[in-house]
Design a protein around this ligand. Structure first.
Ligand code: KG4
Ligand code: ZN
Length: 378
C-alpha cells in the first residue's frame, strides 16, 4: 500500500502536484463537473479521473457565504438557498471557462443530492440535472458524505479498505470503507456532531464565527489549558459511539458558574480545555474503532480523517500519533479539501462513473441520507 501524495493539477495556485502525472494517460481520462450546495459554500469544479485512478483538478471555484450568515452566528437555510440560487450559474460558467471546456466535453455531471439543507441541495441537484438533460450526459447524484469519504482518494493514493473518521458540522462517525458505495458504520455520535459542538462552544465563549476555526485559534493562544476540568463522555465504553452534548453542557455550566462573561484569557483557556477533551474522545473512540475494523478487515490500508473538523491541526496531529502507535498510516486530505468543496463531489462522480454507477434524472434530493444505505459498487 502506498500513501504518496497524488498529483493534482489545480488552477488555484496552491495545489500544483503535477510532477508524477503523465500526459500519456490523458486521452482516456473522464472529465466530470461537480456541484456542491449542501450547506453554506457554493462550489463548482471540473475533475478528471485517469484510468490509473489519478486525479486532476482542472478548475474549481468556491464562494463562501460566511459573511451572509455571520450576523446570525449560524447557517440560515433560507439565506443559504437564495445565495446558492443567485451565484451557482455564474460559478459553473467560470469553472467551465477556466477549464477551457464546454458541457459537451464532459463525461458526466455530478451534484450533491443530500444529505444537507434541502433548499440548497435542490438548487445544486436541479442545476446538475438540467445540464445533464440538455447535453444528454450521465448524471451522478452524489451523497455529500461519500464526497468527504472519498476525498482522500483524490488527494492521496489510498487503497480500500480503510477506516474513516468522518467529522463535520452535521456528523461524527467511524465507517469501514470497503469500496465505492460500500460503507459499514461502526459507530456514530449519539447526540451532537463534533463540528456542532465546536460551533456552540465558540458561541458560548463569544469567539466569533465560524466556530471551529475560532476555537482552534483561541486554544492556540491559551495560557492554561488545564484551568477548567471537562468530562470525556463515553470513556471506557465498549463499541465506538461518540457523545458531545455533555461536554458542551459542561462548558456552558463553567461559564454560568463564573456569573459574568469570561475574560479573553478565560475564553482561550476554556477553548483549549474543550479542544483537548474533544481530542481525547476522538482518540479513544477511534482506537476502539480500529480494533473493531481489524476484526472485520485484518488488512486495513489506512486510517483516514475527513470532513470540516479534520481541518483542526491538533486533531490531525493527535490522530497521526495514534496511527503510528497502532502501526497504521494516517491519511488526511489537505485542509482546503477537508471543508466543503466541489472537487470532492466531481471526484466521487468520476469514481462512480468509472464503475457504471449513474443515476436517473428523477432522483429526488434528500435532507437525510445515511452513507451505509448506499448501493454497493458494481
Ligand atoms: O464538512 P463541513 O465543511 O460542512 C459540513 O458538511 O458540515 O464541516 C463544517 C464544520 C463546522 O462545524 C466547522 O466549525 C468545523 O467543520 N470546522 C472546524 C475547523 N474548521 C471547520 N472544527 C474545528 N477546527 C477547525 N479548524
Ligand atoms: Zn461537509
Amino acid at each position: 500500500m502506498s500513501t504518496a501524495t497524488k498529483p493534482i493539477i489545480a488552477r488555484l495556485p496552491v495545489y500544483q502536484f503535477a510532477s508524477r502525472w503523465t500526459m500519456s494517460e490523458a486521452p482516456r481520462a473522464c472529465a466530470v463537473l461537480g456541484i456542491e450546495t449542501s450547506c453554506d459554500e457554493t462550489a463548482a469544479a471540473v475533475v478528471r479521473r485517469h484510468p490509473s485512478g489519478l486525479a486532476e483538478i482542472v478548475s474549481e471555484t468556491l464562494l463562501s457565504q460566511v459573511e451572509d450568515h455571520r450576523p446570525y452566528q449560524g447557517v440560515v437555510p433560507e439565506i443559504a438557498a437564495r445565495a446558492h440560487l443567485e451565484h451557482l450559474d455564474g460559478l459553473i460558467d467560470r469553472t467551465m471557462t477556466e477549464a477551457g471546456l464546454t458541457f459537451r466535453d464532459l463525461d458526466a455531471i455530478a451534484a450533491t443530492a443530500g444529505p444537507g439543507l434541502i433548499g440548497g441541495v435542490m438548487v445544486g441537484a436541479t442545476t446538475g440535472k438540467a445540464i445533464a438533460a440538455a447535453t444528454g450526459k450521465p448524471f451522478v447524484a452524489v451523497n455529500h458524505l461519500e464526497g468527504h469519504a472519498l476525498s482522500v482518494r483524490m488527494t492521496d493514493d489510498v487503497a480500500f479498505p480503510y477506516l474513516l473518521l468522518l467529522v463535520s458540522g452535521g456528523h461524527c462517525q467511524l465507517l469501514l470503507v470497503r469500496g465505492v458505495g460500500h460503507y459499514s458504520k461502526l459507530g456514530a455520535t449519539i447526540d451532537d456532531a463534533v463540528g456542532e459542538a465546536f460551533d456552540k462552544v465558540a458561541r458560548f465563549l463569544d469567539l466569533g464565527y465560524p466556530g471551529g476555526p475560532a476555537v482552534e485559534t483561541a486554544a492556540a493562544r491559551a495560557g492554561d489549558p488545564d484551568r477548567f476540568s471537562l468530562p470525556r463522555p463515553l470513556r471506557g465504553r465498549t463499541g465506538c459511539n461518540f457523545s458531545f452534548s455533555g461536554l458542551k453542557t459542561a462548558v456552558f455550566n463553567h461559564i454560568r458558574a463564573l456569573d459574568r462573561l469570561p475574560s479573553p484569557a478565560e475564553a482561550d483557556d476554556m477553548a483549549a480545555a474543550f479542544q483537548k477533551a474533544v481530542v481525547d474522545v476522538l482518540l479513544e473512540r477511534t482506537r476502539a474503532g480500529l480494533s473493531m475494523a481489524r476484526t472485520e478487515e485484518p488488512h486495513l490500508a489506512a486510517l483516514v480523517v475527513a470532513g470540516g473538523v479534520a481541518a483542526n491541526r491538533p486533531i490531525r496531529t493527535a490522530l497521526k500519533s495514534l496511527a503510528t502507535e497502532e502501526g497504521i498510516v494516517l491519511v488526511a486530505p489537505p485542509i482546503r479539501y477537508c471543508t466543503d468543496n466541489a472537487a470532492m463531489i466531481a471526484w466521487t462522480g468520476a469514481e462512480r462513473l468509472a464503475r457504471g454507477m449513474t443515476d436517473s434524472l428523477d432522483f429526488a434530493p434528500r435532507p437525510r441520507w445515511p452513507l451505509d444505505s448506499l448501493k454497493n459498487s458494481a
